[in-house]
Design a protein around this ligand. Sequence first.
Ligand code: DC
Length: 230
Amino acid sequence: MKKITIAIDGFSSCGKSTMAKDLAREIGYIYIDSGAMYRAVTLYCIEQGMFNGKEIDVEGLRREIGNIHISFVLDPATGRPRTQLNGTDVEDRIRTMEVSSRVSIIAAIDFVRAFLVAQQQEMGQAKGIVMDGRDIGTTVFPDAELKIFVTASAEIRAERRYKELMEKGEKADFEEILANVKERDHIDQTRAVSPLRRAEDALVLDNSHLTIAEQKAWLIGQYQKATTEA
Ligand code: DC
């Protein structure tokens, strides 16, 4: 069957990654979590002391960006990719609140986006890829055969993230998470470079009240339709 490109965009914490990962595994495609790449750059900046509170040393990062190497290694136990930063596994460290509360600042910097978008486009050259993020259907793969735009209410998304952190045994405060979700929505939608918006030809999926199984069935249906049409 002809391989296609699948772009999944949407708000933070709406389950995009879970659905994209599961879909990729099911259909034998490569899965790339583009948000993990912005998170890895953010972690690098934190570890290099480039943040002063929420202020980033932009010129310092511009000088350093060529030293940031991000890759993904498949975890044989879960079949899911784990993010590596300069050869070190950072999958857990990029999911902390410390990174979550700073990543939008990094994702709004034009040269960071250009640096990561070029790598993402390279990864998708051979098609057979599911990539999730904010600008995949609009900027990274504007010609993707299947584009999905996922939404869910801010409260439901905060609840999901809260449960996720609790399950990992991390400290979590619901109100803080909700504020973070809303703040990120705002920054993601209003930033000057590649703001989060639905591509005109993207299908909208509001999963506020869908189970994972229902969502998966819908997605597989859309994939089958797109491959028949491609
Ligand atoms: O999907 P996520 O929550 O892991 O994304 C982390 C941040 O990176 C989020 O604030 C939006 C940003 N991002 C982006 O600007 N463009 C992408 N393609 C993916 C993520």
